[in-house]
Design a protein around this ligand. Sequence first.
Ligand code: KIV
Ligand code: ZN
Length: 506
Amino acid sequence: MLRGIVFFTDSSAHEDVTVFDTTLRDGEQTPGIAFTFEQKLEIARQLSDIGVHIIEAGFPASSTAEKETVTAIKKLGLESGICGLARSVKADVDACLDCDVDMVHVFIPTSDIQRENTINKTRTEVLEITADIIGHIRKHKELCMFSAMDATRTDWDYLIQVFQTAADAGATIINVPDTVGVISPSAMKTLVARINREVKCPIDVHCHNDFGLAVANTIAAVEAGASQVQVTVNGLGERAGNADLAQTVMIMESMYRIRTGIAKERLVETSHLISRFSGIAIPPTQPVVGENVFSHESGIHSHGVLRNSATFEPGIMTPEMVGHRRRLTLGKHVGRHAVRQMLADVHIAPTDEQLDAIIEKVKAIANRGKRVTDADLYEIAEGAMGTTLHQKVLSLQDIAIMTGNHVIPTASVRANVNDKEHVFSAVGNGPVDAALNAILGITPSKIQLREFNIEAISGGSDAICHVTIAVEDEHGKIFDASGSGDDIVLASVEALVNAINLVHRV
Ligand code: KIV
Ligand code: ZN
C-alpha cells in the first residue's frame, strides 16, 4: 500500500498534510546540479524511508536516461508514491506511463505572459488541452495532478476556470505553482482560499524562493486549505530554489501541530546526504539543519541554555527532534560557564585562575578569526594547568597516497595504536577520502566522520589550508579537531588523528 495517495476532500484547513518531494525533478534543475543514477536511487530510498508521501522522480520525456531512472526508481518498490512530470502533450504523458509511475503530474502555462510566449495558445485552447490531456491520463492512471504553471500571475478568474476544467476532467489534485516566486503570503492565502471555495478538488502548492518567501507562501497555502505541499531537500530548485522540506515540515509540525508523517529526527541526515550529492554546502545559518541552529557562543546565551535550553532556542523545536546536536562553541564571546562546562564534560577541572587564563587564550585565538575546536581547548587547558591531560592513542608513522586520472585513489598507513604497530590500506573517491578511510580503518573503535570543512588561509595554489573535522563516537558524542598545512591531504589526516585521539583520551 503506497502512502499518502489518499487526498482530503473537505474544504477546511487540514490537520494532516501530505508531502510531495521534487528534489529529483525541480531540485535537479538547480543550476550546476546533476545527480548520478546511483545517487538518484539512494535519494529516492532516503525520501521514502523518512516518510515522504510522493516522490517526483523526474521528467521522463526529457531524455532516455531520465526515463530509465524514473523506471528504476519505480522498480525499487518504495512505500512512497512515484510521480513523473509531463507537459500537456500525449507523448510526455505516455513516457510517464511507460515508467509505470503511480501519478502523472501534468502542467500547462496559464498566465498570459507564459501562455503567449511559450506555447502560443489562446485561453480557450488551454482549457481544451487541459480537459483532453487529463482525460487521456485518467484512462490509464488513477492519480493525476494538474499544475497551472505560473498560477499566481494568471488572471485569477481565468485560473478558477482552468482549475474547474481540470477538476471536471478528473484531476485528482490541482497544483498552484508560484513559478517565479512573486506572491506574498497574504495574497497566497487569499488565492488558495478562493480556489478551495470555488473548486471541489484537493489543492497542492509549489512555491519558488525568488524573494525568500517559498516556505512562508507554502504555509499560507496550507492555512487556506491546501492539503499537499511540494518541497525539496535544502530548498534546491530552479533559480533561488523551492520551499525547503525541513523548514516546511518543522513549521507545520511544531508551530501548527499539523501531522506530516515525516521522520523529523532524520531531517539533518537527509540534508547532509543531499548536500554531499549536490556539492552545495549547507550554510551554517540554514534554518533547522544548519550547523549554527543549536550552537551558542555568547556568554549570556550559553549560560541560559545550560540552565534551560528553551531560554535561547525555540523550545518547540529541539536538536533531538530534527537529528541535530546542541553545541557550546568557543569564540570571542565565550563565557565562563560554557568553558567550565565544556571542560567538566571531559573531567577537566581548572581553578578559577587557570580558567581565566584558558578563556583569555581562547578569545585571543578567536579574535584572529580562527575557529577554536575541542582539541584546541584541551591543548590550551593542558598549557594553562601545566599537565598532560591525555596520552595519544594513535600516532601516525607513515602515510602514502596514490592518485591519478586512471587509478582508484588509494592510501596506505602505518601507525601505532596503543603502542602496537598497524598497517592498513583503503580506497576513496579522492586522495583525502582514501587517506581518511585508511586512518578510520586502524581506529580502535567505531568512529564516524560527521563534518569536514576546509578553508584556504592564503591565496594561490601553495595556500595554507585549515581543515576542521567533527567525528562522532560510539555513544553519539561529537568531537572536533583541526589540522593545517600546505598539503590538503596531510592537513586532513592531522585533523582526523587529533579528533580520534580526543575520542580515546585517557
Ligand atoms: O515552477 C513550476 O511552475 C513548476 C511546474 C512544473 C509545477 O515547476
Ligand atoms: Zn518549479
